[in-house]
Design a protein around this ligand. Sequence first.
Ligand code: TXA
Ligand code: MG
Length: 335
Amino acid sequence: MQTKIVKPTKKNIATCAQSLRQGFLVGMPTETVYGLAANAFDQKAVERIFEAKNRPQDNPLIVHVHANYDLTQLVSNITPLAKACLQAFTPGPITLVMKSKGTVCPAVSKGLETVAVRIPNHKVAQRFLRACDLPVAAPSANMSSRMSATSAKAVKQELDGKLPYVLDGGVCQIGIESTVVDVTGEIPIILRPGKITKEQLQTVAKQVQEKTKYQAGEKVFSPGVKYKHYSPNIPVFVAQFGAYNQANNVYEEMKQEGLKPVIVCVKSEKQKFKGKPVILFGKTEQDIAKNLYAVLRKAEKSYTSAILCAPKETAFGLAVLNRMSKMNSYKSKIK
Ligand code: TXA
Ligand code: MG
């Protein structure tokens, strides 16, 4: 199968929707990252997602719907907390875990009693979802364990030949995946940090819990968190914000091991690495998130290891750091 990147014209959106209805996978833009979309009511189509990505079988999928979709078709109970979150944060970069009605096919929720629902805030995604008029299961459009794709071109690079169309919605504005929040009870539980922060959730609920780190053997509430994620195929070292000496020392250590490292940082940090190859995220914390995955795709093409300069631990910076820490694979001897 040939994978074509198509512009989001009315005709192309209709063709992509038709293709999805026929059981094919479609590359769908969202404001966070691109999704690999399939009809959530079609078990065979959803199984194709797992095959295409080589995704672990126990990792459930998020279901995407358009802004006017009747959620009672998917969930059995929209709690007052869920209602408040829907009102405050959707359409937007948040995924709400709710009690499932059991209408999506078993391959989506993987035996859980819940279903994760997302209403993306992206014009092309909304138009596509309306054209499908179906709930659309979509994980990030990358091979399992790899970085998410934040452009149509990156989707094609990751999954070429496995889907007929990638709908081109431009570069994703946020760049890291949505905040996943369990809203089945009275207290929201953050299962994966993202653009919608704990502070923002505190505007709708007095108390907010986080369940994003797990001890070995502990029960996992969001199956995806236990796997290797978001990683390029070169070793990565993450230097804490401001730890420039450490970054420089690890650079030398990598060189001594025969690696060809690159340092990835924001523009204002570049002067700390004179004479060394640098790739820039851009200037701001927003740029770090937006360009994180694209920059790593670039790094893995020309270098054999990378050192990432982490952002400050602000509310959103922590979500970016969460992704970076999952890529942190280089074991430095430097303390
Ligand atoms: O921004 C995003 O969320 C992107 C775009 C395409 O919407 N999607 C995405 O999907 O990142 P994926 O499959 O890469 O990550 C979904 C996460 C996984 O960690 C999965 O375990 C969790 O959501 N998840 C899905 N259904 C769940 C459920 N019922 N309960 C708890 N966690 C769930
Ligand atoms: Mg993913």
